[in-house]
Ligand binder design. Structure first.
Ligand SMILES: Nc1ncnc2c1ncn2[C@@H]1O[C@H](COP(=O)(O)OP(=O)(O)OP(=O)(O)O)[C@@H](O)[C@H]1O
Length: 228
């Protein structure tokens, strides 16, 4: 489902990802782990087609990540979901459903699942952090994507919603869909995960000279390596 080879991402003179190789098979649930600043969110954003790589290749179901084809099969739950502040929750989800070309009929059930049904007619700008996250989750999953990417999905969620989210991701996985996520709370994910891929520590300042990092891929492969 995801095949990234020798990916390098730079911001200015800082190399954030240095020749990262990663493969995730269809139907796997994989945690992207590593210390703060290791580049986990950046890697997710490359796979989501939002951040370009300076070198290397990335394919999602064989398609470039920024292509319409890859976009249609992916749902990305960002740490801070981009939401339309002046729409109500209901309007936002109806808009997201239109963009995906699907019915918004499942949206109320999605909100209900996370205890957020009562916010349907509230403007997004008036929501708490956790409720925004729930709306972002429901919006990203409306089209039942084959690939679900989540960046720190537990941030801001209450305990019951965290449990519900793990159950939801378990259903996604049992349907043969793929899950790739970052989280600093791996213990929550134990029932779900097939594998953990660990990125090495950040390269540091421009002259840091980090060694290449290769994260192996197929199930059953050796454990990911960290080079410092
Ligand atoms: N748009 C950007 N412009 C400049 N630097 C950026 C940008 N996005 C990320 N970075 C830098 O890239 C590095 C990796 O950030 P990233 O958010 O990918 O790390 P992370 O592993 O997800 O960290 P955390 O665990 O803290 O969420 C950081 O040093 C960050 O400051």
């Amino acid at each position: 489902m995801i095949r990234a080879e020798e990916l390098t991402v730079r911001f200015g003179e800082t190399t954030v990802l240095d020749r990262v190789t990663l493969r995730v098979a269809e139907g796997e649930a994989v945690l992207l782990a590593g210390p703060n600043g290791a580049g986990k969110s950046t890697l997710l954003r490359v796979i989501a087609g939002l951040t370009p790589a300076a070198a290397g290749t990335c394919r999602v179901a064989g398609e470039p990540p920024d292509s319409a084809a890859a976009g249609a099969l992916r749902g990305f739950v960002q740490d801070e979901p981009p939401l339309y502040e002046y729409l109500t929750v209901r309007e936002h989800l109806a808009f997201a459903a239109r963009l995906w070309g699907v019915s918004a009929a499942d949206a109320p059930r999605g909100l209900e699942r996370f205890g957020a049904a009562g916010w349907a007619d509230t403007l997004i700008r008036d929501l708490s952090l956790g409720t925004r996250k729930k709306v972002g989750l429901v919006a990203a999953l409306l089209h039942r994507p084959r690939l679900v990417l989540l960046d720190e999905p537990f941030n801001g969620l209450d305990a019951a919603s965290c449990t519900e989210l793990v159950a939801l991701l378990g259903e996604v996985r049992s349907e043969g869909r793929t899950v790739l996520l970052t989280s600093h709370e791996p213990q929550r994910l134990e029932p779900l995960l097939d594998r953990t891929i660990t990125l090495g520590p950040p390269a540091g300042p421009p002259t840091g000279g980090a060694a290449p990092l290769v994260a192996p891929h197929e199930p059953g492969d050796e454990r990911p390596q960290e080079d410092t």
